[in-house]
Design a protein around this ligand. Structure first.
Ligand SMILES: *[C@@H]1O[C@H](CO)[C@@H](O)[C@H](O)[C@H]1NC(C)=O
Ligand SMILES: *[C@@H]1O[C@H](CO)[C@@H](O)[C@H](O)[C@H]1NC(C)=O
Ligand SMILES: *[C@@H]1O[C@H](CO)[C@@H](O)[C@H](O)[C@H]1NC(C)=O
Ligand SMILES: *[C@@H]1O[C@H](CO)[C@@H](O)[C@H](O)[C@H]1NC(C)=O
Ligand SMILES: *[C@@H]1O[C@H](CO)[C@@H](O)[C@H](O)[C@H]1NC(C)=O
Ligand SMILES: *[C@@H]1O[C@H](CO)[C@@H](O)[C@H](O)[C@H]1NC(C)=O
Ligand SMILES: *[C@@H]1O[C@H](CO)[C@@H](O)[C@H](O)[C@H]1NC(C)=O
Ligand SMILES: *[C@@H]1O[C@H](CO)[C@@H](O)[C@H](O)[C@H]1NC(C)=O
Length: 441
């Protein structure tokens, strides 16, 4: 019955095109096709009109409704998108449609939080207080829903642009004219504030490199895929640095390094030394090495970094090469201190060595020598003493003391000499070990 009614109205509407047959019934949808971002909201502009009087009745609009259908003019009761009485509104639209029009001549409709399946043809229908006074705008409005999508304008391969060039990013499809949509743009996942338009336009600098996406500001849960904008730029932040692990003094090894940020990467580095009458080119490489620097290498150095888009010079670094004399003196002092400490440690070591190891062996040899020599010496001494002093022998213990005294007096000579030889040997060892570091310096 309802379908019949729609068809009937459609047929009548064909004969009531305003201005054609003088009919005064009609609905205008200024844009016939509309496009909106998924997640956003859309305002469908619409106006309608009807005669002031119809069949002797002053017409007033009683009911206004919007419905959707992919087949023109055909609808069933479940597909009301909006109904002024609130009945028979599809649950999926209940909370999302807003009638911005009125019951006079404005039938503008807003749909919030658009879903992909909202894509369809939408129709407005109004009914007056007159039984026959009903009208459907048969042309309808085609609404398509687009996922947000970023396109680069003009399109360039690999989204690669040179710094300084003009770039325009568009959110949406070419065929889709987004209306009344507020867009939010993201770079590297961070929203770019103050850009509400669906076009993002700028003259690129290296800072604009990055991944861009867009979404409806109303519902950013539907983000576009990212496009990676690559900006090529001439060398930036070119700087010269010095690496001199041992300080900058004559003979030391010094490396100057040039660093720079460029895209495409730096293709060549050139080192210069600033001197009185110009700039002397020193090397064409990233590192300028002095394996053994001399005072004549002193000066201000800077480097130039080049790539296909340009070049940049670093600020300069100063190399002040100091003479060696002061350091020679310091080295000598250090060597003497080191040698003294080494000598002291060695002496300590020897004392401990002698006390712990040599002492028992000296006693041993002493005892051996004693036993051997004693007999010889004793016999000699005894013989001698027998010859020289007959009396003391008879004295017994007193004579023994005498003998022992003489024996002791003579006997230590050999072990003492032995000990002394050992000491001499050790001393030579000490000398050579001490002498070694001394030679080094
Ligand atoms: C949906 O409807 C409920 C009540 O009907 C209301 O409280 C709520 O604010 C509505 N939500 C939106 C997004 O309009
Ligand atoms: C219809 O109403 C909307 C919302 O109030 C307004 O923006 C629009 O200008 C009106 N259209 C006409 C033709 O008055
Ligand atoms: C880009 O640069 C051109 C010329 O340098 C200038 O006229 C234009 O206004 C700039 N555009 C933007 C968006 O900054
Ligand atoms: C965004 O869309 C999703 C999916 O339709 C929905 O669940 C969510 O409530 C929406 N958020 C807002 C702020 O409308
Ligand atoms: C140069 O250095 C500045 C400060 O460190 C930095 O913000 C900038 O991104 C650098 N430029 C490039 C091209 O790396
Ligand atoms: C210079 O020194 C740097 C770092 O010590 C090294 O990587 C580089 O190979 C050296 N270059 C030359 C030409 O000796
Ligand atoms: C680097 O660029 C400068 C300035 O454009 C140019 O004068 C120089 O010849 C370039 N050097 C090299 C090695 O290409
Ligand atoms: C860097 O310095 C060299 C030598 O003074 C000069 O020839 C060159 O043009 C400078 N490059 C730039 C980019 O200023």
């Amino acid at each position: 019955m309802f379908l019949k009614e729609i068809f009937c109205i459609l047929v009548t509407s064909l004969y009531n095109v305003p201005g054609v047959q003088g009919g005064e019934w009609g609905v205008n949808y200024p844009p016939q096709e509309m496009c909106a971002l998924r997640g956003s909201s859309v305002v469908i502009p619409c106006t309608y009109y009807y005669p002031e009087r119809y069949k002797d009745t002053v017409l007033t609009v009683v009911t206004v409704k919007w419905f959707r259908s992919s087949i023109p003019g055909i609808a069933d009761r479940d597909t009301y998108v909006y109904h002024s009485t609130g009945i028979n509104v599809s649950p999926e639209y209940k909370n999302r449609t807003e009638y911005l029009g009125n019951k006079v001549k404005n039938c503008t409709l807003q749909i919030h939080d658009l879903q992909s399946n909202d894509a369809d043809k939408y129709y407005f229908r109004f009914e007056t207080n007159q039984q026959d006074g009903k009208w459907t705008g048969a042309s309808g409005v085609s609404l398509s829903i687009t996922e947000p999508k970023v396109t680069l304008d003009p399109p360039v391969p690999d989204h690669t642009v040179k710094e300084g060039s003009f770039v325009s990013l568009t959110c949406g499809f070419d065929r889709c004219t987004l209306s009344d949509s507020s867009i939010v743009w993201y770079r590297e996942g961070q929203p770019i504030s103050n850009e509400k338009s669906n076009k993002l336009q700028f003259n690129v600098s290296y800072e604009h490199s990055g991944k861009y996406c867009c979404a409806s500001a109303e519902n950013s849960s539907f983000k576009s895929e990212e496009i990676n904008l690559i900006v090529k730029y001439s060398p930036k932040n070119t700087s010269a640095s010095v690496r001199a692990p041992g300080g900058i003094e004559e003979g030391s090894s010094v490396t100057l390094t040039c660093t720079s940020n460029a895209n495409p990467p730096v293709s060549s580095y050139t080192w210069f030394r600033r001197d009185g009458n110009g700039n002397e080119e020193k090397a064409r490489q990233q590192h300028l090495n002095f394996s053994s620097i001399t005072s004549s290498d002193s000066g201000d150095y800077y480097c130039e970094a080049n790539n296909s888009l340009g070049a940049q010079n670093s600020s300069s670094v100063r190399l002040s090469v100091t003479g060696r004399i002061i350091n020679e003196g310091m080295k000598t002092i250090l060597a003497i201190v080191a040698a003294s400490i080494a000598f002291g440690i060695l002496m300590l070591g020897i004392i401990v060595f002698i006390k712990r190891r040599n002492k028992p062996s000296i006693e041993e040899s002493f005892n051996n020598a004693e036993s051997q020599d004693r007999t010889d010496n004793i016999s000699n001494i005894v013989g001698d003493s027998n010859l020289d002093r007959n009396e003391p022998i008879l004295q017994g213990p007193a004579g023994e003391d005498d003998i022992q005294y003489t024996a002791i007096h003579f006997q230590p000579k050999r072990p003492e000499r032995k000990k002394h030889q050992e000491e001499e040997e050790d001393a030579s060892v000490i000398y050579s070990t001490v002498a070694k570091p001394a030679n080094k310096t």
